[in-house]
Design a protein around this ligand. Structure first.
Ligand code: 4AD
Ligand code: MG
Length: 430
């Protein structure tokens, strides 16, 4: 019977064959302990000299770290084993002996590990992080599906910029200019006018020259957009969504959280609603915390975000930023043109902004003014203006950076471990 390690619980007392890699090996005289992994979990295989053929015994001796094999044995329940089960090996077949696997149980530097990312993914810690990432993706689909949203896929090759022109990746589209998408938002607004409540999940590209623990050049973003929805209603969706992500990870990923050593008591506190602080109050707060240089109108850097977020156990919304530091499409606060109906959601423990969102301008004349101010004269923006011309409605949306959310929920020092193959300022290998 072929089985995966995660399935052995169904086969106690029976003989199964598992395709596996050797993670580690110990031996003492007439017994060899094989630590086996197959991607679904870990199990210890026990090889007893007196109970296997001479050939299987010798083959087990040859196994090196990351050698691949088919191992056959009887499943035994064992309370002391980390997985709760053990395999008494009856025979084994080597597929390949790995020669000098570069990542050994000793410590390696980060650059070395990043150069071997294609192999590093096999380590228990990286495996656990990718499992949690998958859980967050699944919870995202469930949340939006269960709340009446339709998934819509915006294009990745675009004719114009969505979030400013400073960090665009330029490419050729036959004889024309094109850019890799920084955000699907503008297209999602069109989709919301067709389907009401929509969301996207796809890659975003930012040619940002920032080399920080929070920035990727290529990252994945979830972008919901809702027709007939104001800023306040959007904040309610955001906090319920983020609380749900944490709840699902706590429910389904205890083993993984333990593997990476996450302090789960911090995650257990994450319940909606989240506190709100206006930008005006945030400036006063920062001044009182000794940030003497900050002035009304400045955008926040990560030290500012961290100082604000450290004040809370749960994520905090900073709302109503100055119009001039935010994107062209944000709707002004009624009666206060200098600030907009927007919020950044700052995660606790210094993880910074995980969501940026806003209510969008729905007034045709005001949007035309913004086009003038922002020099959006390129014909590729024409269609976006037309959304305000034919049945314009109040609408809001937001973008959650998947990797920022994974970094926070996993409690990681750096965003590079949240994505299988990170694209960083100085890295596009492997
Ligand atoms: O705040 P941003 O730039 O907002 C937008 O792109 C809007 N169009 C979203 C919308 O309203 N539909 O990006 C949204 C989120 C950030 O809060 C952050 O989590 C993530 O995307 N993000 C990055 N993550 C990793 N590396 C980068 N370079 C990122 N830039 C943004
Ligand atoms: Mg932002």
């Amino acid at each position: 019977m072929k089985a995966t390690i995660s399935e052995v619980k169904n086969y106690v007392g029976a003989e199964v064959t598992i395709g596996a890699w050797l993670a580690n090996k110990r031996s003492s005289g007439k017994i060899q302990f094989l630590e086996l992994r197959d991607g679904t979990g870990y199990i210890q295989g026990v090889v007893l000299k007196n109970e296997v053929s001479e050939e299987s015994w010798e083959k087990a001796k040859e196994l090196t770290q990351e050698s691949s094999l088919y191992v056959t044995g009887t499943v035994r329940e064992d309370k002391r084993a980390p997985s709760g089960f053990e395999l008494t090996v009856t025979s084994l077949e080597v597929i390949q002996i790995a020669q000098d696997y570069p990542i050994t149980p000793k410590d390696h530097g980060v650059e070395f590990l990043m150069d071997h990312r294609h192999l590093w993914l096999r380590s228990s810690r990286q495996h656990a992080i990718l499992r949690i990432r998958d859980e967050i993706i699944k919870a995202t689909y469930d949340f939006f599906h269960d709340n009446g949203f339709t998934k819509v896929d915006p294009p990745i090759l675009t004719g114009s910029s969505a979030e400013g022109t400073t960090d665009l990746f330029h490419t050729k589209y036959f004889d024309r200019d094109a850019y890799l998408s920084q955000s699907g938002q503008l297209y999602m607004e069109a989709a919301a006018m067709a389907l009401g409540k929509v969301y996207s999940f796809g890659p975003a590209f930012r040619a940002e020259k920032s080399k920080t623990r929070r920035h990727l050049i290529e990252f994945w973003m979830i972008e919901p957009e809702m027709a007939f929805c104001d800023h306040e209603e959007s904040l309610n969706v955001q906090e319920n969504y983020v609380a749900y992500l944490v709840e699902e990870v706590l429910k389904n990923c205890q083993t993984e959280l333990k593997t990476i050593g996450r302090d789960t008591s911090k995650l257990e506190k994450i319940k909606a609603p989240f506190p709100r602080m206006t930008y005006d109050d945030a400036i006063e707060f920062l001044k009182s915390e000794g940030f003497d240089d900050i002035e009304w109108g400045d955008d926040f850097g990560s030290p500012h975000e961290t100082a604000i977020a450290e004040h809370f156990d749960v994520p905090v919304f900073v709302t109503e930023y100055p119009t001039k530091v935010k994107a062209f499409y944000m709707k002004p606060v009624p009666g206060r043109d200098e600030v907009v109906l927007c919020a950044d959601l700052l995660a606790p423990e210094g993880y910074g902004e995980i969501i940026g969102g806003s209510q969008r301008i729905d007034d045709l004349e005001l949007m035309k003014e913004r086009y003038e101010q922002f020099h959006l004269t390129d014909p590729s923006y024409k269609w976006y203006l037309e959304l305000r011309q034919y049945g314009s409605v109040p609408h809001s949306g937001f973008g959650l950076g998947l990797e920022r959310a994974v970094a926070w929920i996993c409690g990681l020092d750096h965003i590079r471990e949240t994505i299988p193959f990170p694209r960083l300022l100085n890295r596009i290998y492997p």
